[in-house]
Design a protein around this ligand. Structure first.
Ligand SMILES: [Zn+2]
Length: 417
């Protein structure tokens, strides 16, 4: 497997041990760089403590090689524009030109929140309309490099569509376990990409259980924080925010949060910019997790000062993409909130619907209800005094408005529109 020069392998986020694949484990392959005699794990957690694994780099070497110009947005390269800070070289990437999404100024929201600027990182413009494309590009690249034939995931909807796109492009068979409540659009497009989809009665946890029950030994597991590479792909969002603000980093980001993949990955991306000396640690933005109040394990754990979220049950929200009662990246997400000196907020579904509709009406932006959680969360945070008047706030629009057009339309009809 080709790996990049500064990638030094995987480290356990729990016990700190370096983790290499064992001989005979089909989920690993030999590393090709002469420095390492170990193997690169394609998917799996720590064999000692079961915590998620994380890619590690030689930051001193990167600091000597990287400058800010390297981060200039290059739409054709997308997530892979700065492959020196990813495990795999761009020439091996399975990419549909994800990333390089715009930062859109939202003038009405800026006035309404009483801050210096609100910018929307519009992840709805990714190839399959979701921020998850960033992670699947890197995770499918790893599986492809290991000659995987089949990749599998349980997911609320967007993940099956996204994985289908990347796996199809690489000639792999994608298997997604999708809850029946997932949207027609997700199910249809998962099929269009050639994905084998099992629709599971119920909600996301039922799909996770069905994946475990239906597991086949020749599949590669692309669940977030089982593959170490989905959150790794999310680092690019942070790099693009840095470059997109001309390195005058924003003060805060509000991130719709389900599994923790995006939140933790974005924080890692910012932290690494400091590790390689391109920004000061003190300049890094505060991260805020926004969750629906019908399934808010991370926001609740933050409020109660817990290190690990308690599983939420039973969940009840229309924000299916964020309905993750037992988030696999929960403790890492809490670490990111603490290290960044940010916070968390839980938002009512109705407020998320209204915020998404207002963004569409006033700012011209197409925002799904799953992303409306961040917009409504920013409102609530502003009310709580989380932002100063001279601050810049970035809202992550994690998913295209068209994904939940039916829910937004129903909300308007409920108002007599
Ligand atoms: Zn460990």
């Amino acid at each position: 497997m080709d790996t990049t020069a500064a990638f030094t392998g995987l480290r356990c986020t729990g016990c700190g041990e370096r983790v290499v694949g064992d001989q005979g484990d089909e989920a690993e392959v030999g590393a090709s760089d002469g420095e390492s005699s170990g193997s690169v794990v394609v998917s799996g957690r720590c064999p000692d403590c079961d915590a998620p694994l994380d890619a590690d780099y030689d930051y001193d070497a990167l600091a000597a090689d990287l400058d800010r110009a390297a981060f200039a947005p290059r739409p054709r390269d997308g997530v892979w524009a700065v492959d020196a800070l990813l495990p795999f070289p761009a020439e091996t990437a399975v990419s549909v030109a994800e990333g390089a999404t715009p930062l859109v100024l939202a003038p009405r929201l800026t006035d309404e929140l009483g801050v210096a600027g609100v910018l929307v990182k519009d992840e709805g413009r990714n190839p399959t309309g979701t921020v998850l494309d960033r992670g699947f590009s890197v995770a499918v690249t790893a599986a492809n490099a290991a000659d995987a034939t089949d990749v599998a995931v349980a997911e609320p909807g967007d993940g099956g569509q996204s994985m289908g796109s990347y796996a199809g492009r690489a000639g792999m068979r994608p298997h997604s376990f999708t809850p029946s409540r997932s949207t027609f659009l997700n199910k249809a497009m998962t099929n269009v990409h050639g994905g084998e989809m099992r629709v599971v009665g119920g909600r996301y946890p039922d799909a996770v259980e069905a994946l475990a029950d239906g597991w086949m030994d020749d599949w590669t597991d692309l669940m977030p924080f089982t593959t170490p590479y989905r959150h790794e792909g999310q680092k690019s969002l942070a790099w693009e925010v840095a470059a997109g603000t001309d390195w005058d980093l924003p003060d805060a980001l509000v991130v719709p949060t389900g599994t923790g993949e995006v939140l933790y990955g974005v924080w890692k991306g910012f932290r690494e910019l400091a590790e390689v000396g391109l920004v000061e640690v003190g300049e890094l933005p505060r991260l805020y997790a926004a969750q629906p109040d019908g399934c808010a394990p991370i926001a609740t754990a933050w409020e109660r000062s817990l290190d690990v979220p308690e599983p939420w049950g039973p969940p009840d929200t229309i924000c299916g993409e964020l309905e993750v009662p037992d988030p696999p990246g929960g403790s890492l997400a809490l670490d990111a909130l603490a290290e960044s000196e940010g916070g968390a907020v839980a938002v009512d579904d109705e407020d998320a619907l209204e915020a998404a509709v207002v963004a569409g009406h006033h700012e011209g932006l197409e925002v799904s209800v799953n992303a409306g959680i961040a917009f409504a969360g920013a409102w609530e945070l502003a009310d709580e005094g989380a932002f100063d008047g001279d601050e810049t706030v970035v809202l992550v629009n994690r998913e295209a408005g068209v994904k939940t057009a039916d829910l937004l339309r129903s909300h308007l009809m409920g108002q007599g529109v």
